[in-house]
Design a protein around this ligand. Structure first.
Ligand code: HEC
Length: 149
């Protein structure tokens, strides 16, 4: 076999192997279900602007109104998305306010630039908070905290 034919064979066999492995990954049920449970208590946003910012930057992981992206249907991305949403909802859920809420903690995360997570804003550029947006959101969350959220 010529060197070129051998190289081609490696590419073809490797490619087929990759397709096969990705295909197998789709059989793992984790990440199949994309649930949006009912909204039991909407967070009491003090104004429409802060709510819009939170919906854009936080609700995908911290609410029951997740906008599941197309790539969340393909393993292994589906596993990562599912894990983020499960853990995010557990920490803070703007749709189950009172039960899963700590507005003061959320304000701190925004002020520290810790949320939304970087691996998310790399893909979802619109979710990145500008300085102004971070200020508006943190102020609203602090107000909700003062009012007992
Ligand atoms: C891509 C999903 C995702 C987005 C978007 C996101 N978060 Fe999170 N958040 C998580 C995950 C996962 C955790 C739990 C693990 C951790 O702390 O990193 C978390 C944890 C938190 C916590 C608890 C932190 C702690 O350790 O006490 C707060 C508060 C929070 N997020 C607020 C926010 C706010 C506010 C926004 C929007 C500005 C936001 N998050 C956007 C995924 C997300």
């Amino acid at each position: 076999m010529s060197r070129r034919a051998a190289a081609r064979r490696v590419v073809v066999v490797g490619g087929a192997g990759l397709v096969f492995v990705v295909g197998l990954m789709q059989l793992v049920p984790y990440g199949w279900t994309k649930t949006n449970p009912p909204v039991t208590a909407d967070a009491p946003w003090p104004d429409a602007e802060s709510e819009a910012i939170a919906r854009e930057s936080c609700y995908s992981c911290h609410s029951n109104e997740t906008d599941w992206p197309a790539y969340s249907y393909l393993a292994p991305m589906s596993w990562l998305v599912r894990r983020d949403v499960d853990r995010g909802r557990e920490e803070l859920n703007f749709s189950e306010w009172g039960e899963r809420s700590d507005a003061g903690d959320a304000a701190d995360e925004v002020e520290d630039g810790a949320m939304p997570p970087r691996q998310y804003t790399v893909i979802h550029r619109g979710a990145r908070l500008t300085e102004d947006e971070a200020r508006v959101l943190a102020t609203a969350l602090e107000r909700m905290d003062d009012e007992g959220g």
